[in-house]
Design a protein around this ligand. Structure first.
Ligand SMILES: [Zn+2]
Length: 836
């Protein structure tokens, strides 16, 4: 399918030049005219430089500063068959009729595939859009439609208002489809949710969430959403979770549509993604990063605001637990040598794609949380961001502009820039070591790396706002004290009577802590006597930190088990979820090593420790969302991927342990597959797909992978989820790795080198390898790809992870055999009685 277009670009010349260079990719330009001031339009020749997706017009005479000119380009192009640019998509309705539609996804570099433009975020402009369509279609764009007229050709031309704001090209959007809306008005803005007609009844929750959140942000930022309308549109085939196009936010169906009887977990997904995308209307759309190196200014902020607003507007969704677990996950990634600073120089399209990772999103959000928690009073942070938005609205910024705004409003004066640049310009995070002699506590910081550092990184220092509580006052917020650790090492005084210290109160700081033998013992003893001496966030943080230290080799695995003993008294989900997730990782590694005796020991350990908690039937009646979540297994990646590509709830290691293997018969599988084909309820479909991909039958594994690639019955957007689900199982993990190698070229054609989808796929198929043979295989495959992906950061990450797994196995297999066999031989319910 093709489309044609005319782009009329009005520009004024800033300085003398004899050429204009702009972007255009795969556009066939048939005519180009150029006009200066009130002069005559004349034909010009357009040159194209394909490697850089650039087009240019050269002049024999210089254009002069302040001249006003118009470049008009007539072109045609194919509708894209991937998920970016102006692409075609389709869905089949209940009666079996196929409907074709077209939609756009431009961020980061694909507006140039739909129309010639200056496709960089700093080139802001206003846009006036007209779309010609057939009678049976409707169109949507960023602005409200002003008119529609019948053309002599029989097509209709819809025209939209010129955008009332300056915006970057990646935020332009349009949709040609036959969707129907529900809507409501919120402080002068018409909010609508669009879906395919037969899913209209699944739009109510999103409309309610969007309305409440829009009202919240209008008040919180003290700047009203600037457009007259806000559309939220569920697109049947859409790769990312959602995209924040100004006034026309596009979503995957699963991140926008839920039935009234959907579970709170499914509603949490919708509310989270809506909260994230709405925050972008300010962070990203109103104020935009100058270049992709500072993508975190968009994504870190939107992620932070997503959790913040949910806690205020939908406290019953318990977003704080989710935020806690995504902070743990990004630290696990950021502790690798292959990580990168929050602000990272990027040049190539692949590097730009790669910025869409958890460092930009979740680390960005984590350091904002840490900053907010270290400022005096709750309003200071808010004042700073209002100052920032007010000062820079309509324009572009760099990281330092944000810190400057926060410094300006700080009272007492605090140099926010000095503190925060240590967190944005260096990769990784510090390990703070505590050692105590009497009333003197010495804190030392070092770069926490899972793989022993090369010399270049050991000198990293951070400005760490260390918070702490002690046994005399440890739970209430007033107990918290703060100490700024700016050098390698510093001392603070505590009363001699203090029995123990817990640092990083509620885990709001982006660092981990080693308390040393004595410090850990004191904390473990205190917890064993009474779990409620620490907040549940603090308990989860101890578990996370201990596992990280053990993975690095700093503490023994026995020490880890020693801490976990206390969990027999644990009743909160955050610590249990963290423990389960960490143990499941080990379980899966052992399983893939075919250490089946150990696998059954770990399984027994998990069930003895947490089985009762997971089974607790009273949870069914309880409203507590996090407990429902626990029942379905830890959300290994939680919503971190909310707007990206991995589904929440997709990781269910614990269930896998309990019912595994669950080789539903082929007949059952086929019944489920038929149901999947017929269902139009998205949340239900997702669950069915997870079931289908969890099969332990090799032929069915092959079938589901191939169906995902083909894209007829199962949309190709689901392929990363299918691959990650298949990879988790014992039957499928080698199969999935093989599938990725064989189909690599088709995968990068669909999902683009460096994209979040490709990052997810690489991680899924390699993260459970722990042998030299697999390491060699992975290395050989990726290095053979050359420009087709060998340079990706996720490849480095994969290799480093395999080496770490290998090292962990070598170091811990003997101890594990010994410790866990001891557990195995103990009678039921006594299993937690391990000494440390
Ligand atoms: Zn975002």
């Amino acid at each position: 399918m093709t489309f044609t277009g005319i782009a009329v670009i009005n520009m004024s010349v800033l300085h003398k030049t004899n050429r204009i260079v702009l972007h255009g990719a795969n556009l066939n330009i048939s005519k180009a005219t150029f006009k200066i001031g009130d002069g005559q339009a004349r034909n010009v020749t357009v040159l194209e430089y394909k490697p850089k997706q650039q087009i240019a017009v050269k002049f024999t005479e210089d254009l002069k500063a302040d001249q006003f000119c118009v470049l008009t380009l007539t072109y045609s192009a194919n509708l894209s068959s991937t998920y970016d640019g102006f692409y075609s998509s389709s869905y089949t309705d209940k009666s079996g009729k196929k409907h074709i539609l077209a939609a756009t996804q431009f961020e980061p570099l694909s507006a140039r595939k739909a129309f010639p433009c200056f496709d960089e975020p700093a080139f802001k402009a206003t846009f006036l859009i007209k779309i010609n369509r057939k009678e049976n279609y409707t169109t949507l764009s960023n602005m409200p439609q002003t008119q529609s007229r019948l053309l002599p050709s029989g097509l209709f031309q819809d025209e939209f208002e010129r955008t009332s704001v300056n915006m970057s090209t990646y935020l332009v959007a349009f949709v040609v489809a036959n969707f129907s809306p529900v809507n409501t008005s919120v402080s002068g803005t018409l909010v609508s949710v669009y879906s395919v007609p037969e899913k209209k009844e699944h739009t109510e929750y999103a409309l309610e969430a969007a309305s409440k959140l829009l009202e919240f942000y209008n008040t919180f930022f003290e700047i009203n959403y600037p457009l007259k309308k806000l559309d939220l549109v569920a697109i049947p085939d859409f790769l990312a979770g959602a995209m924040e196009n100004w006034g026309l936010i596009t979503f995957r169906e699963t991140t926008l549509l839920v039935g009234t009887d959907s579970s709170p977990l499914e509603k949490q997904v919708v509310a989270s993604v809506v909260a994230h995308e709405l925050a972008h209307q300010w962070f990203g759309n109103l104020v935009t990063m100058r270049w992709w190196n500072d993508l975190w200014l968009n994504e870190g902020f939107a992620t932070y605001m997503q959790y913040f607003s949910l806690q205020k507007v939908f406290p019953e969704l318990q977003a704080e637990n989710l935020f806690l677990s995504v902070r743990f996950r990004v630290m696990d990634k950021d502790a690798l040598n292959s990580s990168h600073p929050v602000s990272t120089a990027v040049v190539t399209p692949e590097q730009v794609e790669e910025m869409f990772d958890s460092v930009s999103y979740e680390k960005g959000a984590s350091i904002l949380l840490m900053l907010n928690a270290s400022l005096p009073g709750e309003q200071q942070f808010r004042k700073g961001i209002i100052q920032y938005l007010t000062q820079f609205k309509g324009s572009n910024t760099e990281t330092n502009n944000l810190w400057d705004s926060l410094t300006q409003v700080s009272n007492p004066h605090q140099n926010v820039s000095e503190m925060m640049s240590s967190w944005t310009s260096q990769k990784g995070f510090p390990l703070v070591t505590v050692s105590r002699k009497g009333d003197e506590v010495t804190l030392t910081q070092e770069h926490f790396l899972l793989t022993p550092a090369d010399a270049s990184h050991t000198s990293s220092l951070w400005d760490v706002p260390v918070t702490y509580v002690n046994d005399s006052c440890s739970v209430a917020p007033e107990c918290r004290q703060i100490f700024f650790l700016k050098s390698k090492s510093a001392t603070l005084k505590v009363p001699e009577s203090v029995k123990w210290l817990k640092l990083n109160y509620q885990n709001t700081g982006y660092y981990i802590v080693d308390y040393g033998d004595e410090g850990w013992t004191a904390l473990i003893n205190a917890l064993s006597a009474n779990v409620s001496i620490l907040t549940h966030e603090d308990r989860a943080s101890l578990i996370h930190n201990m596992f990280a230290l053990s993975r690095q080799g700093r503490v023994s695995f026995e020490r880890v088990l020693g801490l976990l003993n206390y969990t027999s008294k644990e009743s909160e989900t955050a610590p249990v979820t963290e423990a389960l997730l960490q143990l499941s990782n080990i379980y899966r590694l052992l399983e893939k090593r075919q250490e089946f005796d150990l696998v059954s020991c770990v399984k027994k350990y998990i069930l003895d420790h947490f089985g009762a908690l997971m089974d607790n039937q009273t949870w069914d009646e309880e409203k507590s969302l996090s407990k429902q979540e626990l029942r379905s297994g830890p959300p290994e990646y939680g919503l971190q991927a909310g707007e990206r590509n991995v589904h929440p709830v997709s990781h269910r290691p614990v269930q896998a342990i309990r019912v595994k293997p669950d080789p539903a018969s082929r007949a059952d599988w086929s019944i489920l597959y038929d149901k999947y084909k017929q269902s139009t309820v998205d949340a239900e479909k997702r669950n069915m797909l997870l079931g289908l991909a969890s099969t332990q039958d090799t032929q069915l594994v092959a079938k589901i992978l191939n169906e995902g690639l083909k894209g007829d019955v199962i949309q190709t957007q689901e392929l990363p989820l299918i691959i990650s689900t298949v990879s988790r199982g014992f039957t499928g993990y080698l199969f999935a790795w093989d599938f990725v190698q064989v189909n690599w070229d088709r995968l990068i054609e669909k999902f683009l080198v460096g994209s979040f989808a490709i990052q997810t796929i690489i991680k899924s198929v390699t993260s459970q390898f722990s042998t030299q043979a697999h390491l060699d295989q992975v290395k050989a495959f990726f290095s053979g790809l050359k420009e087709r992906g060998s340079q990706m950061r996720s490849v480095q990450e994969a290799l480093e992870t395999i080496r770490l797994n290998q090292r962990w196995m070598e170091r811990n297999l003997p101890t594990l055999r010994e410790s866990l066999t001891k557990i195995q031989s103990q009678p039921e319910k006594q299993a937690s009685g391990m000494s440390h």
